[in-house]
Design a protein around this ligand. Structure first.
Ligand SMILES: [Zn+2]
Length: 84
């Protein structure tokens, strides 16, 4: 995948999920959310949704999702730090 390791770290430290994701994915505003091509799996029509209000992203294609609240939620953070 083309997402670098620093991607998640930036998400953890920077304020706006849309700004960070927008560096790697071309996002188009659609209603309250932004839509773009998912960086986690190959696709030709955008199913990757990013919400600036709720600070989360979710891919309807591969199910990849992330929300800022998960940070404080428990041990899932450890999985992120583990190398492949
Ligand atoms: Zn996806």
């Amino acid at each position: 995948m083309s997402i670098p390791q620093t991607f998640i770290q930036e998400l953890l430290t920077r304020a706006d999920v849309v700004e960070i994701v927008g560096r790697y994915v071309q996002l188009k505003k659609g209603g309250a959310n932004f839509m773009g091509l998912c960086p986690f799996h190959g696709e030709k029509s955008p199913s990757f949704s990013v919400s600036p209000a709720k600070q989360f992203y979710h891919c309807f294609g591969c199910g990849k999702k992330w929300q800022r609240h998960q940070l404080f939620d428990g041990p899932r953070g450890h999985d992120i730090c583990r190398g492949g």
